[in-house]
Design a protein around this ligand. Structure first.
Ligand code: G
Ligand code: G
Ligand code: MN
Ligand code: NA
Length: 254
């Protein structure tokens, strides 16, 4: 198993990297941004996905440090791609719960944005309800400050938890990420389809973006576009990929 010595060495040697998965506007297919997803280039095991190490990392004291690096690297990459012509490019990064418990997340985010000359709306922070529920007042406070700065907040895996709806009234969320379990079921399950319709309506009423995750087929894309789901992400548009590969895609889109 991966040990804490392994993790510590990974941080010191810079063995983590980010892959990027496209996010598109469903009305016209425009590439509008990316979700940054962490990978670990392990010296003996090769390229590892989060499934192999995220639990160990989240349980270690190193998580806040790695989380800060993810934000910093995501901002650096977004700034590069904006300079190369993707003017409104948006980068989404995932947060660890411990990033709300140590340090000063809003200040760290502000510093990363400033270092790279990025406007706050170029950055989207993805949270899950577990993060907010595990650390109530602190997290909601920090999220309010971030939102005030103009940073976008996305509610990840929306619809799968117990408290999604009540949290929407207390969290300053700018975007709902519709969990892929709904998308995978919607074409053959009327109940899931009805839930999606209700979430899209709620997004419009609350002035929140909705991004559908896990779009794998053209039929799924067409169904969601027809129902005016604003944005999408999934293997149909691209798997998580290295920066160079993503950059080639951006070049084609320009
Ligand atoms: O990349 P993959 O598709 O295997 O990601 C699996 C999950 O790991 C994602 O859904 C996401 O919640 C989590 N994850 C990926 N990258 C990061 C990261 O940089 N930070 C945090 N906190 N979670 C991540
Ligand atoms: O939501 P989270 O941050 O947990 O989401 C990212 C995860 O979802 C990653 O593990 C990514 O590889 C996976 N993923 C992204 N697009 C698709 C898709 O179209 N289908 C499936 N099955 N998984 C996807
Ligand atoms: Mn996510
Ligand atoms: Na998700």
């Amino acid at each position: 198993r991966l040990s804490s010595i392994d993790l510590h060495r990974a941080v010191v040697n810079g063995e983590f990297l980010l892959f990027y998965q496209p996010q598109v506007r469903l009305s016209d297919g425009a590439l509008i941004g990316a979700e940054a997803l962490i990978r670990w280039m392990h010296p003996s095991r090769g390229l590892l996905s989060p499934a192999a190490f995220l639990t160990a990392l989240e349980g270690s004291a190193l998580a806040p440090q790695v989380g800060r690096w993810v934000i910093e690297e995501g901002c650096a990459q977004a700034a590069r791609w904006r300079r190369q012509g993707a003017a409104d490019f948006r980068m989404a990064v995932n947060l660890f719960a411990s990033q709300f418990r140590t340090g000063d997340l809003p200040r760290e985010v502000e510093e990363s944005l400033a270092r790279h000359g990025l406007p706050p709306e170029a950055l989207e922070l993805e949270i899950t309800e577990n993060i907010v529920l595990s650390d109530h007042s602190n997290a909601i406070d920090a999220l309010a400050r971030l939102r005030q700065m103009g940073v976008r907040i996305a509610f990840d895996d929306f619809g799968t938890g117990y408290a999604s709806l009540s949290l929407l009234t207390r969290c300053p969320v700018s975007c709902i990420k519709l969990d892929r379990s709904f998308v995978q079921a919607m074409l053959h399950a009327p109940r899931e389809a009805a839930v999606i319709a209700a979430i899209l309506e709620m997004g419009r009423a609350l002035d929140m973006d909705v991004i559908a995750e896990g779009i794998e087929t053209e039929a799924e894309r067409a169904y969601l576009a027809e129902r005016h789901c604003p944005e999408g992400q999934g293997y149909l548009f691209g798997r998580p990929m290295p920066a160079e590969e993503f950059e080639a895609r951006l070049g084609q889109a320009a």
